[in-house]
Ligand binder design. Structure first.
Ligand SMILES: Nc1ncnc2c1ncn2[C@@H]1O[C@H](COP(=O)(O)OP(=O)(O)O)[C@@H](O)[C@H]1O
Ligand SMILES: [Mg+2]
Length: 240
């Protein structure tokens, strides 16, 4: 299988789904075929964030019936090889072995698979996926960081990577906000990248697009390069 990433967080609303979409766009613009699977059961959003027709009828649950699995892949317009599987209904239950087999099948077709999880500490569905990498999306506030540490603990020895999202340089070290070293120490997680708090990111659920230039795609590209094993320098915090 190609690379598989689970985008997780302890606290809700840190930007997992937006970041999942952004990483997927960045990987696909670098020539990878990419699949994003929305695993937030009953609360689907990735299809809407990418502007897929709201009348889509199939979702992840349909991949476990008689359908051909490619029926549940929805292609994203204006990107090369980028596909989404909408999240299943709230009452959909599947065991982790069957889900791993399904991912294995998807892995023969895609270079990169991104799993967008709900907030929280339940990773039971994906625990058997071979080689999966966890990316914890946190904000700068102390509760987000504390919850990122809880994710690391819940993973029992598997080391996640940290994306600091909605980053505001002005908050660094102010009041109860830590500086970047403190954030890394308090979360106990290796930092893989920082994404600034911007209007473009806030508006993505409405615009459904990532600009080809600018701070956001640059930040996303740095992260996908690091995830691909390259060494990319972190810019100065006021230049992210
Ligand atoms: N870097 C960012 N800057 C500004 N707003 C952001 C950023 N990342 C996400 N958001 C906004 O935060 C809200 C929650 O994002 P979402 O990705 O749905 O979070 P989650 O999946 O963690 O619940 C959305 O309105 C989104 O537009
Ligand atoms: Mg989400």
């Amino acid at each position: 299988m190609g690379k598989c990433f689970a985008v997780v967080s302890g606290k809700g609303g840190t930007g997992k789904s937006t970041v999942s979409c952004g990483l997927a766009v960045s990987f696909s613009r670098k020539g990878n075929s990419v699949l994003v699977i929305d695993l937030d059961k009953g609360l689907r959003c990735i299809d809407s964030y990418f502007g897929i027709d709201p009348d889509v009828v199939l979702d992840l649950s349909d991949a476990f019936t008689d359908n051909d699995i490619s029926d549940v892949f929805y292609k994203i317009n204006n990107e090369n090889e980028l596909y989404v599987i909408p999240s299943p209904p709230a009452d959909f239950n599947i065991n982790s072995d069957d889900f791993s087999v399904f991912l294995e099948k998807c892995g023969s077709r895609f270079d990169v698979i991104i799993l967008d999880l709900p907030a929280g500490l339940d990773f039971s569905l994906i625990k058997n996926v071979p080689g999966i990498k966890y990316i914890c999306v946190s904000n700068q506030d102390p509760v987000s960081i504390k919850d990122a540490a809880a994710v690391r603990n819940a993973l029992n020895g598997i080391s996640p990577l940290l994306i600091l999202n909605k980053f505001d340089v002005e908050l660094l070290g102010k009041r109860k906000y830590d500086n970047i070293d403190g954030i890394i120490d308090n979360s106990g997680i290796q930092l893989v990248g920082i994404i600034p708090d911007t209007k473009d990111m806030k508006m993505f659920p409405i615009t459904n697009k990532f600009k080809k230039r600018g701070r956001i795609i640059k930040a996303l590209n740095r992260i996908t390069e690091r995830l691909a094993g390259k060494s990319v320098k972190l810019p100065r915090p006021d230049n992210i």
